[in-house]
Design a protein around this ligand. Structure first.
Ligand code: G16
Ligand code: MG
Length: 214
């Protein structure tokens, strides 16, 4: 029986995926190459350093460790600048209503994000109160598709993995949920998220009944 829901943050609860994209694109352009939205799918849910590796592979560039750390820091500074202006208006449609409904129906709620900036985003958007457990990039050592982030989420909720479902917008996140032995609802496009148990476009008009439908 499903007793808990684990939410990815970027692209599921808030549209920070667009800010990650803008910051990576800015870095790519500065390094002299193009970075498309399609390329960006490969970075979703992936850690900062792994994302940089993928970006440099696309641009056919290689750098030493020190330079790579500087480039990642540069991208993060831009990203932090973008998200510092966020407020409640950037919560994706229907998310708050869905979280409230889950609470009313006794489901436990966790955040499962590999972002080290997750806490600032939850604070800026006033969403922290909804979560019984918050797993972010400061609590995990392995990024998605490794299941660590979701397994820790279940553990902090005091639930078994199979009692949890995951909401994810990234290919890497869907794989992570599967490896954690959890059902997964993809949030986004059916073509991209074909390995999810079910795909929804977003949370607008979505009720807790979808949990039973899984
Ligand atoms: C998010 C994003 C990724 C990002 C990662 C690390 O994961 O989807 O694109 O690279 O966090 O973020 P940061 O650089 O802020 O530590 P998630 O798990 O929330 O989708
Ligand atoms: Mg995401």
């Amino acid at each position: 029986m499903i007793k808990g829901c684990i939410f990815d943050l970027d692209g599921v609860v808030v549209d920070t995926a667009k800010y990650h994209y803008l910051a990576w694109k800015r870095l790519a352009n500065e390094l002299g190459f193009e970075f498309t939205e399609k390329d960006n799918e490969r970075l979703k849910g992936v850690s900062r350093m792994k994302s940089l590796e993928i970006l440099l592979e696309i641009g056919n560039l290689s750098f030493d460790e020190e330079t790579k750390l500087k480039l990642a820091e540069k991208k993060n500074n831009w990203y932090v600048q973008y998200i510092s202006k966020m407020d409640e208006s950037e919560i994706l449609p229907g998310v708050k209503e869905f979280l409230s409904q889950l609470k009313e129906n006794g489901y436990k709620i966790a955040l499962g994000s590999v972002s080290k900036n997750a806490m600032i985003i939850l604070e800026n958007t006033n969403l922290k109160q909804y979560f019984d457990a918050i797993i972010d990039g400061n609590k995990v050592t392995k990024a998605k598709p490794d299941p660590e982030v979701f397994l820790k989420g279940a553990e902090e909720l005091n639930l078994k993995p199979e009692e949890c479902i995951v909401f994810e917008d990234a290919i890497a996140g869907i794989e992570a949920a599967r490896r954690a032995n959890m059902k997964v609802v993809g949030v986004g496009s059916k073509e991209i998220l074909k390995d999810a148990d079910m795909v929804i476009e977003g949370f607008k008009n979505v009720s807790v009944d979808i949990i039973k439908a899984l």
